[in-house]
Every structure is written in structure tokens, then in C-alpha cells.
Design a protein around this ligand. Structure first.
Ligand SMILES: Nc1ncnc2c1ncn2[C@@H]1O[C@H](COP(=O)(O)OP(=O)(O)OP(=O)(O)O)[C@@H](O)[C@H]1O
Ligand SMILES: [Mg+2]
Length: 296
């Protein structure tokens, strides 16, 4: 894509959701430039350009093997790209590791592995990052209270049966996802990645999950939401990026494309590997004179 980061999808994003402030200039949280990755000679990602603004939810769509998880693993420092550049909040970052990515505020929410089933909710929230008191003892009471607070305010757990001492085993799939997202937000993650979070969830739980993703945006954080199902992604994403056989086939602000249009675009991408977006959508030009404060 030739567009500059932030050139698309910001002007009218308030139209559909009404929750964002269109007057704010886009603030690019993450940018990938010309990223390449191959495994054993097979090119899995080719010349990928990608960006994510602050307070933006981007849906990443693509067939099996398109390279979605590989792209995510590059962003989380798990894989190293063969070529290209990665910028976090405008700063070029080389030799990204999982620890570095975490320090930069990147958190990934996987459906299964991230939670300890046998442990109470409060221990799951503070897993790996427990609070201790001045004497160095675990601040169990405080962790319980904070968990209770988060359950009511952020997770919207309304069931009277749930307390901070409930084990994760007793939670539904949607509640588990909610717990993982709330934990990421509590620890100040700026960029939350959800790789196929709706897999195995009921319709009701998927709705709940989508509500949590909206909470990420409302908190001014950013998210990448991967899914096979365009229905799930469309309802929550500000912009949809389509990957096809390792390339970005197109990106589409949901404020400008209807679900039906996007579905037909996806079909075209699947058969041709690309989509001639320029014919359908021209990003509004920002006059250079805006910067100078005068009109030519
Ligand atoms: N560690 C690896 N070693 C070798 N090949 C890999 C590795 N990881 C991914 N691949 C290959 O790279 C390609 C892209 O895989 P990736 O997991 O990124 O796809 P995906 O878009 O996430 O697919 P899905 O929707 O099925 O999760 C696939 O052909 C896969 O077999
Ligand atoms: Mg995958």
C-alpha cells in the first residue's frame, strides 16, 4: 500500500461508532516497513507494510497460512524478520525480543494458554507480577480488592457466583478472554493482540469479547484482532487489513466499506491475490498548507 501511516480511516471513524474523536491527529503506535520473512526458503511474508494508530482496532484477515500469526510473532519479538523495519511510537527498534516487546507495551491474548485454570482469579490477574507490601510479603488482600474492583468495573462480571477467589476453571470462554484482556489493560499494555480470540466461543461469548475489545479502544489503547470470520472483525475494527499469501492485499476502513462490499472484496482477493482499491477508494488528501497554517 502506498498510503502514509494514518492517511486512512481516521477522518470518519467517529461516524460508525461515535466513540472516537476525529479531530485528533493519528498517533502511530506501531509501524512495519517492508517486512520480509521466510522459513526454509519459503517466503511467508513479503514486503509487508502495516501500521496501527493509538486508540485503533485493526482487524487482520486472511486465509489459513496467509501469514497472520507470523506477522504477530514478529511484532511480539518471537520471530525475527529477515528484512524491513519496525517502529514503536516512531522509534525504530532493532533486535526485538519477547521481553523488549513486553516492555514496549505489547501483550498477546491467546484463548487457552494464558490463564492458570486451577488458580483463583486474583492470582491470574497478578500472575508473574505480584504486588508485595513494604516488608516484601505478598499483598494478597490488596490483590483481592483490586481484582474485585476490576471484575465489577472493567470485566462486567455480574454473576454473584464469581468472586476473586473463584478459580478460572469456573469461567466461560468469553469470561476467560475478558480476564486476559483486563489483565493486559491493568498492566498498561498499549497494544493488545488477539489471535483468533473467538475460536470455540458461543455467539453470546463472542459478543462479550467484542465488548471487551471496544473497551480496549475506549481506554485509548490499540488492538490487532485476528479472525477468520469477517463478521466478528467487522463489528469492532476501525480498519481491516487483508493478508493474502504473505502480502498485504488491501486495507479498508470500516467507516467506508459496508460488510457486503468487504465480503465481495475478500472473494476477489482470494481468487486474484489482490484488490484494486484505488478505483473504489481514494484517501482524502491532507493539504500540505495545513502545517504552514495558510492556504496557497
Ligand atoms: N516456524 C515455522 N517454520 C516453518 N514454517 C512456518 C513456521 N511458522 C509458520 N510457517 C508457515 O508459514 C505460513 C504462514 O503461517 P501462519 O501461521 O503465519 O499463517 P496464518 O495466517 O496464521 O494461518 P491460520 O489462519 O491457519 O492461523 C504457513 O505456510 C506455515 O506453514
Ligand atoms: Mg494463525
Amino acid at each position: 500500500m502506498q498510503q502514509q501511516p494514518g492517511a486512512m480511516g481516521d477522518q470518519e471513524a467517529g461516524g460508525r461508532k461515535g466513540a472516537r474523536q476525529p479531530s485528533q491527529p493519528p498517533d502511530v503506535r506501531l509501524e512495519l516497513r517492508h517486512v520480509y520473512k521466510s522459513f526454509g526458503g519459503v517466503q511467508v511474508l513479503q514486503d509487508v507494510n502495516f501500521h496501527l494508530n493509538r486508540g485503533e482496532v485493526v482487524g487482520l484477515l486472511g486465509d489459513n497460512g496467509a501469514g497472520k500469526s507470523t506477522l504477530i510473532k514478529i511484532i511480539t519479538g518471537f520471530h525475527r524478520p529477515d528484512g524491513g523495519e519496525m517502529l514503536f511510537a516512531g522509534e525504530s527498534v532493532r533486535d526485538l525480543t519477547v521481553q523488549k516487546a513486553r516492555a514496549l507495551g505489547v501483550e498477546t491474548v491467546y484463548q487457552e494458554r494464558a490463564l492458570a485454570d486451577q488458580q483463583p482469579l486474583w492470582r491470574n490477574i497478578f500472575m508473574g507480577r505480584p504486588l508485595s507490601n513494604l516488608l516484601g510479603f505478598l499483598g494478597v488482600g490488596r490483590m483481592r480488592r483490586i481484582t474485585e474492583d476490576l471484575m465489577g468495573k472493567s470485566m462486567g462480571f455480574t454473576s454473584a457466583a464469581l468472586t476473586p477467589d473463584t478459580t478460572v476453571m469456573g469461567l466461560s470462554g468469553g469470561e476467560r478472554q475478558g480476564l486476559a484482556i483486563v489483565r493486559a489493560l491493568y498492566f498498561q499494555a498499549d497494544l493488545i493482540i488477539l489471535d483468533e480470540p473467538t475460536m470455540g466461543l458461543s455467539l453470546k461469548e463472542t459478543d462479550k469479547l467484542i465488548h471487551f475489545v471496544e473497551g480496549i479502544r475506549a481506554a485509548g489503547k490499540s488492538a490487532i484482532f485476528i479472525d477468520h470470520n469477517i463478521f466478528h472483525v467487522y463489528s469492532v475494527a476501525d480498519r481491516i487489513v487483508v493478508l493474502d499469501r504473505g502480502r498485504v492485499a488491501g486495507e479498508f476502513p470500516t467507516s467506508r466499506y459496508s460488510l457486503e462490499e468487504l465480503m465481495s472484496i475478500m472473494k476477489e482477493v482470494a481468487s486474484t491475490g489482490s484488490f484494486t482499491e484505488a478505483e473504489r477508494y481514494q484517501p482524502p488528501r491532507q493539504p500540505a498548507s495545513d502545517q504552514a497554517g495558510g492556504m496557497a
